[in-house]
Design a protein around this ligand. Sequence first.
Ligand code: OXD
Ligand code: MN
Length: 595
Amino acid sequence: MNITVKNKKLNDWIKETADMCRPDNIYICNGTKEEYNLMLSKLLENGSAIPLKKRSNSYLFRSDPSDVARVEDRTFISTSSKDKAGPTNNWIAPAELKDTMKRLYNGCMKGRTMYVIPFSMGPIGSPISRIGVEISDSPYVVCNMHVMTRVSSKVLELLDRGEDFIPCLHSIGVPLGNGQKDVQWPCAPIESKYISHFPEENLVWSFGSGYGGNALLGKKCLALRIASAIAKREGWMAEHMLILRLTNPEGRQYHIAAAFPSACGKTNLAMMQPSIKGWKCECIGDDIAWMKIGSDGRLYAINPESGFFGVAPGTSYETNPMAMETIKENVIFTNCALTDDGDVWWEGINDDVPSHLIDWKGRDWTPESNTDAAHPNARFTAPASQCPVICKDWENPTGVPIDIFIFGGRRSSVVPLVHEAYSWDHGVFLGATAASETTSANIGEVGYLRRDPFAMKPFCGYNMADYFRHWLDMGDRLGSKAPKIFYVNWFRKSPDGKFLWPGFSDNSRVLKWMCERVEGKVGSLKSPIGLLPIEGDIDLNGLDIPAENLRELMKIDIKEWRDEIPDIEEHFAMFGTRLPERLKVQLKELITRLG
Ligand code: OXD
Ligand code: MN
């Protein structure tokens, strides 16, 4: 071991884990540049990292084709009883799951180094932040954790002074025999992958995958699944939300937190540059918000992460110029295609499709190939500080006061561009019934409609019905200081399959309307599903959009909405008597309004 650790809980855990996993070496991380470079030199040596000539200090990795996304089917919330995990989570009893996993962990790090990664989610020392320690046998994970979290000797110092931490154990699950050469992306087969959470003891155990949220345990495992359970117990919120600051021409700032399912444009919205004159948008976070009620009774949010783990395909100077600027250097790319001159490429990056590439599987690729050059869930890992529009307050330890919540998803039909909740309870109903067409951020079928309440279906660390109740309780505590709640759908299509709304920077038009609703500057129209903009109130200056597109975008087809009801009823029925009465009332009221 390279450093002496004084924190007893940490020391005991390191020893216990080393006895079980039997690594050749133990290395305690300190988060320095030298350490990052050391990890990279290992990854370069075994051929896992490909240096990119065109981007300074940037590398491309190719995963095993079986390990390309989060594995929701292999993700478990292991609580003392099944109903504490609830119907939306996979559950195995803790003793049984630990037994199975201990067998897998037994000797799993042989031939490898066990890295101990102390990290802070949120600015070090902020009252909202939490410390985690990830133990992993993957130097790729160490590098990504350096970017996505605050890995630092300062965290070790806090631990040495007795601060508590959340243990997160990770192994790729591939021990090496004596002299055995490693493969480029070691991982275990799908049936022995386990992404397990023990929220009653604040513990994460992950085995078998090296990819994203399965392996970078500060993100989905700690900052959402474990944190959501802690937040419920302690009276705050851990949400799958971007955070942005919008400033109007008069200088009034609005802070917006928005929840969309994975790969539905959170990063694009978080970094969006308004197409409307005089409005400014700055990014605070693109994936996770931790929120606490401040002494003034308002809700304050921090971004617990320090980097972006963004979906690459579709990212371009058209769709997200600020992300493109962010990823010019110091970036880890995973499963992108490689150009002949040493750059990355992905579908949608620009209109110039190169005549030759190496695809994400390492094969020659030409425009005639009938496969994607980059995997649809290819990612970039980049420091948030490199974003040209990162808000100066993004690391403010007290957070920013939230004015507006937005929910939404990918719906090619039925749901209008925007509507506003009648009340907090109605907003919670909108969040609880949110639905979206699935994407490749998870391994599974793409494009089918699923209810993804608050975009938290894969990330809620306890019974979702209790989570709904927690939202209602938070609303009661916030009272008149509660953010206003809206629901958006940027993805509605015309009958001939074309997007009706231009999206991206033009989404600022919809955000402006929301801000004006907060100020009471504009009115609204009552509809069965919520409050709608009055014609003319959404600023369409400079936007050339056919009137029939707008009509179609805002259309509420009563029959289509009545057809949604059985699905919502079925969705709610899953929670049985645990479903809060107030949500049943909201459903009844929607049915009445639909007539
Ligand atoms: C993510 C996800 O990586 O939601 O953020 O899948
Ligand atoms: Mn996410």
